[in-house]
Design a protein around this ligand. Structure first.
Ligand SMILES: NC(=O)c1ccc[n+]([C@@H]2O[C@H](COP(=O)([O-])OP(=O)(O)OC[C@H]3O[C@@H](n4cnc5c(N)ncnc54)[C@H](OP(=O)(O)O)[C@@H]3O)[C@@H](O)[C@H]2O)c1
Length: 212
């Protein structure tokens, strides 16, 4: 697949690396290509452009920017370049405020997630929440003594979720589909839970698993 990754942070770079590892074509989108100069040298098969270039290039878009600017980044990518495409939304609505006893603060509330805001403004894009509830170092084919970890996903478009399920299979995850976009109200706060052992005890090497 042709994958356009919006975001030059750790998540964007790690997910782009995962797509390259599994044989996909990747274009990174950033406001400042210079930021990715080293990364591009180490990953010569990938290309780098602006947010709109990467979205236009893509069959599958990955949104991996700071949550507070997610709408802004999508506006820069352009609604027409996103229309009809699956968009993996890895963002979290973390506020620009310090954690309280290890608990990060959100700028959303339990009755409205960030992904609902994104889906509302970009009605023709097919958002799927994924990769938001695990640290970037564990996103690609992580190995756990307890077996395959679970990625909780949600989104309104079934074919888009099937596409993301296929990517998660490649990346070594089992998928738990939690339903439509509103389920992001429950999935986004999992990042809060995931971060607590890190902030309190410097433990960062866990992931969630749904037992049945
Ligand atoms: N870090 C993790 O392990 C982790 C795990 C799961 C989920 N997440 C979520 O994934 C997202 C990315 O996290 P991250 O740690 O990789 O990086 P980050 O520091 O949260 O975000 C970096 C990206 O945000 C973009 N950005 C910043 N200000 C912008 C603006 N005004 N307009 C447009 N874009 C702007 C930057 O774009 P430019 O390239 O143009 O500078 C950069 O690509 C976040 O929402 C985070 O909550 C993070």
């Amino acid at each position: 697949m042709k994958v356009g990754v919006l975001g030059s942070g750790d998540v964007g770079k790690v997910l782009a690396g995962g797509f390259l590892k599994h044989g996909h074509d990747v274009m990174m989108g950033t406001r400042t290509a210079a930021k990715l100069a080293d990364w591009a040298q180490r990953n010569p098969k990938a290309s780098v452009g602006g947010f709109a270039d990467a979205a236009k290039f893509a069959d599958l878009v990955v949104l991996a920017v700071k949550g507070t600017v997610a709408l802004e980044a999508l506006r820069a990518a352009g609604a027409a370049n996103l229309a009809g495409k699956p968009v993996i939304d890895a963002t979290n609505p973390i506020a620009d405020a310090p954690p309280v006893n290890g608990v990060v603060q959100f700028f959303t509330n339990l009755d409205e997630s960030l992904m609902e805001r994104l889906q509302r403004e970009f009605a023709d894009a097919r958002f799927v929440k994924a990769f938001s509830s695990v640290g970037n170092s564990l996103m690609i084919n992580p190995q756990f003594k307890g077996g395959k970890p679970t990625m909780f996903i949600c989104g309104n478009d079934e074919p888009a979720k099937q596409t993301v399920r296929g990517i998660l299979d490649q990346f070594g995850w089992e998928t738990a589909d939690m339903g439509k976009v509103e389920a992001a109200r429950a999935i986004e706060p999992l990042c809060m839970l995931w971060l607590i052992p890190g902030f309190l005890r410097n433990e960062w090497s866990h992931a969630f698993k749904l037992l049945t």
